[in-house]
Design a binder for this molecule. Structure first.
Ligand code: PLP
Length: 429
C-alpha cells in the first residue's frame, strides 16, 4: 500500500493554530481532534440511513469525555463495553435509552446497574441470560435486551478483529448444534427478550461479509416473530465495523456504500418494521484526528536511518504491534509545524518505549528528519492515543480539539491534559 504523504489545507491551518498556541514548544507529543470533521462524519452517517436508525458510537474507539459530549450533541448514542465506558457515557449525559451495554464479560453488579439504568443490554451467552433472568425480578426496568449472535460466517483479513468466525469468543454461535432452536425457544418463552445483536468484526471485513452477518440475524428475528405471531423482537442492533482507508484522505468505503449493500441483503432494516441500532466507532472518528511527536534524536545504524521520537507503542499500540494491518501516513514537519521539504530518504520512525520493535513507521520515504522536527501521524482518532498503554510508565499525552469559529479562525480547546510524571507516579503508588 502507498501511504501518500499529503497535508491538506484544513490540517495545515490547524497546525499553524497549534503552533501559535505554543503547543509545539510545550509538548513532546500531543494529538488534535478536528470537531468539524467529526460533525461532518456524523452527518454523513445519519444521512446514509433512514431516520428510524439510532446510531450509537463505539466508545472504546475514543472515550474522552469532551468527545463523547460532542457526539451526544451531534445526536449519537453510546455503545459501551465495560463499566468504565458505561459511567463515562453517563457522565457525558447520554440518555439511558441511547446507551448500549455490550461488555463481553459482565458481572452481576454491572448487569444489575444496567437493568436499573434501563440501558440496552446485549447478552453474550446462555449463562449470562440466566443471570439476567434472575436479576430482572429485582430490577424489572425498561431495558431492551437481546442476544448477541455470532453468525459464524468467517473471518476478514485481520484475524484479531474478526468476530464472526466459527470459534470467535463473542456471542452465541448460531450454527453450533442446537443453538438456533434453543435461542428461538428462549425468545418465545421470555417476552422481555425483545432485541437481537450482531457485530461482524472490525476493519478488514468486506462489506458483503458484514452485510451477510446482518442478513442472517435479521432473518432469525423475522422467524422468531413469525413463530410468536407478533413483534417479539422489535430491535435489531447491527453493530459497527466499517473499515477505514488509512492510505489517503478518502472516506472510502462511505457509510452510503455500506447502506447500499445492506439494503440489498437485509431490506427489512430499511422499512421501519424494526428499530435499528448501529455501533460504528472507527469509521466515525479515526480520520478526524492526528498525533504530533517531536524528533528527539536521529541516528544511522548500519545503513538504517532511524528517527527517535515521542510517538510509540504507548500512544499508538496497534500500529506498533500489528504494523502490517494498521500502518498510518506520516508527514515530516519542522519545529514550527510547517511541512518539511528536501531530499527523500528511507527512514524508520521509532518511539520512546524500551523494546526494539517500538517503530511506528518502517522504511518510510520522508525528508531527512532532524532533532527538533516533528512527525505528524495521520488518522489516529480511533484506538490510538485514546487507548493509552502504560508501558515504561510513559504518561498519556495531551489531547486538543479544533473548531472553526465564525471568522474561519481555528479555536483550540483542551480535551485532556494528559498526565504529568507526578500524577502518573500517584496512579501507581
Ligand atoms: C468494537 C466494536 C464496535 C465498533 O467497531 P468499529 O470497527 O470501531 O466500528 C461495535 N460493536 C461492538 C460490539 C464492538 O466490539
Amino acid at each position: 500500500m502507498v501511504y501518500s504523504d499529503v497535508l491538506n489545507e484544513a490540517k495545515a491551518t490547524q497546525l499553524s493554530a497549534l503552533y501559535d498556541a505554543g503547543l509545539f514548544e510545550k509538548h513532546n507529543s500531543f494529538s488534535l481532534i478536528d470537531f468539524d470533521a467529526l460533525a461532518t462524519a456524523v452527518t454523513s452517517l445519519r444521512n446514509a440511513f433512514p431516520d428510524h436508525f439510532m446510531h450509537s458510537f463505539a466508545v472504546k474507539a475514543n472515550y474522552f469525555l469532551p468527545v463523547l459530549s460532542e457526539l451526544r450533541l451531534l445526536g449519537m448514542g453510546a455503545e459501551v463495553a465495560g463499566p468504565g465506558e458505561l459511567e463515562l457515557a453517563f457522565k457525558a449525559g447520554f440518555d439511558s435509552k441511547k446507551i448500549v451495554f455490550d461488555a463481553p464479560v459482565k458481572t452481576r453488579a454491572e448487569l444489575a446497574r444496567s437493568l436499573q439504568l434501563g440501558v440496552t443490554i446485549n447478552i453474550d451467552n446462555f449463562q449470562e441470560f440466566e443471570r439476567i433472568h434472575h436479576l430482572r425480578t429485582a430490577h424489572p426496568g425498561g431495558s431492551l435486551i437481546g442476544f448477541r449472535i455470532n453468525p459464524q460466517i468467517g473471518a476478514g483479513s485481520i484475524k484479531l478483529s474478526s468476530t464472526a468466525t466459527l470459534t470467535s469468543k463473542f456471542g452465541v454461535g448460531l450454527q453450533d448444534p442446537g443453538n438456533r432452536r434453543r435461542l428461538t425457544e428462549l425468545y418465545l418463552a421470555n417476552p422481555w427478550l425483545n432485541a437481537i445483536h450482531v457485530h461482524v468484526g472490525s476493519m478488514g471485513c468486506p462489506l458483503e461479509l458484514m452485510a451477510e452477518g446482518v442478513r442472517v440475524v435479521a432473518e432469525l428475528a423475522d422467524e422468531i416473530n413469525r413463530l410468536a405471531g407478533g413483534k417479539r423482537i422489535g430491535t435489531i442492533d447491527m453493530g459497527g465495523g466499517l473499515p477505514v482507508d488509512f492510505s489517503s484522505d478518502q472516506n472510502t468505503p462511505a457509510f452510503t456504500d455500506y447502506a447500499e449493500v445492506l439494503r440489498a441483503s437485509a431490506p427489512q432494516l430499511f422499512t421501519g418494521e424494526y428499530h435499528v441500532i448501529t455501533e460504528f466507532g472507527r469509521a466515525v472518528i479515526a480520520k478526524c484526528a492526528f498525533t504530533l511527536a517531536r524528533v528527539e534524536y536521529t541516528k544511522i545504524m548500519s545503513d538504517r536511518h532511524i528517527a527517535l521520537t515521542h510517538a510509540g507503542a504507548h500512544n499508538m499500540m496497534r500500529i506498533v504491534f500489528q504494523p502490517g494491518d494498521w500502518a498510518r501516513r506520516v508527514t515530516a514537519l519542522t519545529c514550527d509545524g510547517s511541512r518539511k521539504t528536501g531530499r527523500l530518504v528511507f527512514q524508520d520512525v521509532a518511539g520512546p518505549c524500551c523494546f526494539a520493535g517500538d517503530i511506528i513507521a518502517h522504511q518510510r520515504e520522508l525528508p531527512l528528519l532532524d532533532p527538533g522536527d516533528f512527525v505528524m501521524v495521520h488518522d489516529t482518532g480511533a484506538y490510538c492515543f485514546s487507548n493509552h498503554f502504560n508501558y515504561n510508565a510513559l504518561a498519556p499525552c495531551p489531547v486538543y480539539a479544533s473548531k472553526l469559529s465564525v471568522a474561519d479562525r481555528v479555536d483550540i480547546s483542551v480535551v485532556n491534559t494528559g498526565l504529568s510524571v507526578e500524577s502518573l507516579v500517584d496512579c501507581f503508588s
